[in-house]
Design a protein around this ligand. Structure first.
Ligand SMILES: [Fe+2]
Length: 196
């Protein structure tokens, strides 16, 4: 049994914070500890949104704000799986729920090529931020070779519908992409018939 109430509370807290400020730094500073608390407990993610894909990582939409101010996605990385180098165009917060992940940030040089930073290892319960203001280009991969890892990402838009870019890590060449989502249904946040 999973307890979706923990996630529902996080959705409500995110909506409240977004309604309360338009300042990105203020928002991320307030939201990061709430995401850290959410991913500090691995007892709420329904199994259907924790299944790894055979060939490619999965990105399951867990919640999309009807006004597309934010979306929440579970990323499931099988062994050896990871993203290409990509950007977001909106702020994003990443929190590791299960396992570990490796994150490499990239800076764009004036000639358009990319400079990779040091790989950062994020462990369960830890969070990291991206945004056009603070650095928006990165690649993420499973930090464990022998099992799946899962991270929960919050974005300042409906990330699956945003036109953004993947980059060739060698040349820096950008290619448009829209990620979409791996699922057609989302978790029921209100499963208890007895909830008044
Ligand atoms: Fe990303």
């Amino acid at each position: 049994m999973t307890d979706i109430a923990r996630f529902r509370d996080f959705v409500a807290a995110t909506a409240r914070l977004i309604a309360g400020t338009t300042d990105e730094t203020t928002l991320l500073t307030a939201l990061a500890p709430k995401l850290a608390e959410l991913v500090g407990h691995d007892d709420w993610l329904p199994e259907a949104y924790a299944v790894a894909g055979g060939e490619k990582y999965r990105q399951y939409l867990l919640y999309a704000d009807p006004l597309e101010r934010f979306s929440i996605v579970s990323f499931v990385w099988g062994p050896g799986q990871g993203t290409p180098v990509h950007d977001h165009r909106v702020w994003g917060l990443v929190g590791v729920l299960r396992g570990e992940e490796l994150s490499v940030s990239y800076e764009r040089r004036p000639d358009g090529t990319l400079r990779a930073g040091q790989p950062e290892r994020l462990r369960a319960g830890q969070t990291a931020a991206v945004s056009p203001q603070i650095g928006d280009i990165h690649a993420i991969s499973n930090g464990l070779a022998d099992r799946s890892s899962i991270s929960i990402h919050v974005y300042g838009g409906n990330i699956g519908r945003i036109r953004r870019a993947v980059f060739d890590a060698e040349t820096g060449a950008a290619k448009d992409f829209i990620s979409g989502y791996s699922n057609d249904t989302v978790p029921n946040l209100w499963p208890d018939r007895n909830t008044a």
